[in-house]
Write a protein that binds this ligand. Structure first.
Ligand code: ATP
Ligand code: MG
Length: 646
């Protein structure tokens, strides 16, 4: 834990929507009078039929039932497009930056309106009706946004499958969602290399039962195989329909989308989000946490295949009439300066990315950052994992040159939007801490028996009451929803994450509870040990898991990726052990160190510790679902090295 504090600057306290006093006052009202707070907040959306009541929710014990604004009706595409046309029809809604630095496009709100309505008419023409599920398997191209908003126009429920997923993962998700229409592209393009999306979709569909239609976007123009009658070119279809499609009137509680979680903890779950509360929550968090003002250029580097892309590339920003940048490529192509080059090219003022990207670019060296200007930047964000203080400081001082606050945003697919985060004009920053809850969010820490812990404490992170952006159920499996999130501590939403609260009431996520290890009776988050390891100058990345240990109960097993070279020697191992003892204390001494040129990661860049635990336990036959791994070969290498005790 870092003990540094970066206070809010006077300039930020003055210019931001929310300063410290306002935060206290609004937060207090949001939890003491949620009905009043959210009834007022809901007015930021355009409703067809206004709601008469905001909140109707119970976390049990007994049936979990979550409804917000339930008698109101609205349409998401109207809120993200139509209502902006009068004042900002010619403003850029989407800046699209291609994988190739010479390819880009800007799309105004007026253009977005026409393209989305046409797309919606194509879906209608092929039988898609309100409530039907549409699977989207696209690269990061504007058509992904059009497809999402086209679904919302006609009340269809989208299920986006990240373009990096395999045919099997795609097939499972198409079948679970029972989609009859699949939207894909001939190929994607990442880091100069084609991604065979249509080919993957063909392989997935070969194993799916029932009649399907496949709408294909032409992205690279390379030849693809074609099933006449089933496959349709999107551009040909668009030419056959009108540019006007009236919006469907949706209940606030009608489903908006299904999103399957990445699976770092087991079989993917179809997380369901609904219409009114979700849109309100992502719009409000986007405005206040990123302090979005007219004229800002906002860039979230996530893929629309993840919840971060749904909430903070598309729905939050567009509901606020923002200019949102969408990037097709990867951070290291053509060079590891790409992020910073794109920031200069489009004068990006708000930049939101993940610790995994920050750490890898930090490893590439400061020169690649410093050769760019980044003068337009005023705010930085982080999401996806705990950010180790080392990476935080680098992001703050090197990328942001000490002038940009960092919002470290903790949230989950299931929470819909950001739950714990600094507000840049209100919250003093501590590197590595998500700091304080957003309006209406009531976090608490409980011990393993479910006792609420007060004051300075470490425990399991729960949320005590509902917020509008919360997921309502798991698709077709409400039982699993209740079991997964509400059974560990009845009456509370359990996040699955461990967390510490300091004397200032700041929250520090320590990683998943499964990743907490108990060494000789001392509980510690693996993130803490990992953070100590990556602060060693030779270490690029570290993953720590527990394994059965005769004396200690659990031992500390460390997988280490070095900055230079693949395998270190015994001298370096000793050095690393000494380093951790110095940083945390003897209790955290690593027991086993394995040098690993690669670590198993999900497609979104998160380390799959579930698999590393199995390897550490010598339980190789039982690795569980590995279909969402970015590079399955890494696992074989880890196992063979484990067996060789290299
Ligand atoms: P699955 O639930 O399928 O295993 P996942 O949890 O990785 O996948 P997400 O919903 O994308 O899928 O990630 C949410 C998790 O990411 C959180 O529960 C937390 O562990 C971690 N996380 C996200 N943001 C932060 C953050 N700012 N600080 C610490 N941890 C974070
Ligand atoms: Mg999760």
């Amino acid at each position: 834990m870092s003990d540094k504090v970066y206070p809010v600057s006077r300039e930020w306290a003055e210019r931001a929507y929310i300063n410290a006093d306002k935060y206290r006052e609004m937060y207090e009202r949001s939890v003491s009078d949620p009905e009043g707070f959210w009834s007022d907040a809901g007015k930021r959306l355009d409703w067809i039929k206004p709601y008469t009541r905001a909140k109707n929710t119970t976390f049990g014990p007994g049936k979990v039932d979550i409804r917000w604004f339930e008698d109101g009706t609205l349409n998401v595409s109207v809120n993200c497009i139509d209502r902006h046309l009068a004042t900002r029809g010619d403003q850029t809604a989407i800046i699209w930056e291609g994988d190739n630095p010479n390819e880009s496009e800007t799309i105004t709100y007026r253009q977005l309106s026409e393209r989305v309505q046409r797309f919606a008419n194509v879906l209608k023409k092929h039988g898609v009706k309100k409530g039907d599920r549409v699977t989207i398997y696209l690269p990061m191209i504007p058509e992904a946004t059009y497809a999402m908003l086209a679904c919302t126009r006609i009340g269809a429920v989208h299920s986006i499958v990240f373009g990096g997923f395999s045919p099997d993962s795609l097939q499972n998700r198409i079948e679970d969602a029972e989609s009859t229409v699949i939207i894909t592209a001939d190929e994607g393009l990442r880091g100069g290399k084609p991604v065979p999306l249509k080919k993957n979709a063909d392989a997935a569909l070969a194993k799916c039962a029932g009649d399907k239609k496949v709408l294909v976007v032409r992205r690279t123009g390379n030849p693809v195989s074609w099933t006449p009658g089933r496959d349709l070119w999107l551009h040909e279809e668009l030419a056959t329909v009108s540019a006007e499609c009236p919006p469907e009137e949706m209940s606030a509680e009608d489903p908006l989308f299904i999103l399957y979680t990445s699976g770092s903890t087991g079989k993917p779950k179809g997380v369901v989000h609904t219409t009114g509360g979700y849109l309100l929550f992502v719009a409000m968090t986007h405005q206040y946490i990123f302090d979005y003002h007219d004229g800002d250029v906002y860039w979230c580097t996530a893929d629309v295949g993840w919840v971060t892309g749904h909430s903070y590339i598309v729905y939050g920003p567009l509901a606020n009439g923002a200019t949102s940048l969408m990037f097709e490529g990867i951070p290291t192509y053509p060079t590891a300066s790409r992020f910073w080059d794109v920031i200069d090219k489009w004068k990006v003022s708000i930049f939101y990315t993940a610790p995994t990207a920050i750490r890898s670019l930090m490893g590439a060296g400061d020169d690649l950052v410093k050769r760019t200007s980044r003068a337009s930047l005023r705010l930085l964000g982080s999401v996806g994992e705990p950010i180790n203080p080392e990476a935080w400081e680098w992001y703050y001082h090197v990328v942001g040159e000490g002038r940009c606050p960092i919002v470290d945003t903790w949230w989950q697919t299931e929470t819909g939007g950001i739950m714990i985060s600094p507000l840049p004009g209100a919250t003093d920053l501590k590197p590595g801490s998500g700091t304080k809850p957003f309006f209406g969010v009531r976090p608490a820490l409980v011990d393993d028996k479910g006792q609420i812990l007060e004051g300075e404490a470490q425990g399991n992170l729960v949320i005590l009451d509902s917020w509008p952006g919360q997921s309502r159920t798991i698709y077709k499996d409400h039982d699993r929803f209740e079991k997964t999130y509400f059974s560990a501590y009845p009456g509370m939403y359990f996040s699955g994450d461990g967390c510490r609260r300091d004397a200032d009431g700041y929250y520090w996520i320590t990683g998943r509870v499964d990743d907490v290890i108990n060494v000789s009776g001392h509980r510690m988050g693996t993130a803490e040990v990992e953070s100590a390891l990556v602060s060693h100058p030779k270490v690029a990345e570290a993953a720590v898991v527990g394994y059965p240990h005769d004396l200690k109960g659990q031992g500390i097993y460390c997988y280490i990726t070095l900055i230079i070279g693949e395998y270190g020697d015994d001298g370096l191992k000793k050095d690393l052990v000494a380093h951790v003892r110095r940083e945390i204390g003897p209790i955290a001494s690593p027991d086993l160190i394995q040098f690993s040129p690669g670590l198993p990661k999900t497609r979104s860049g998160k380390i799959m510790r579930r698999i590393l635990r199995k390897i550490a336990e010598d339980d190789f036959g039982n690795l569980g679902d590995t279909s969402t791994l970015a590079d399955p070969a890494v696992v074989d290498e880890l196992i063979s090295n484990r067996q060789n005790r290299r």
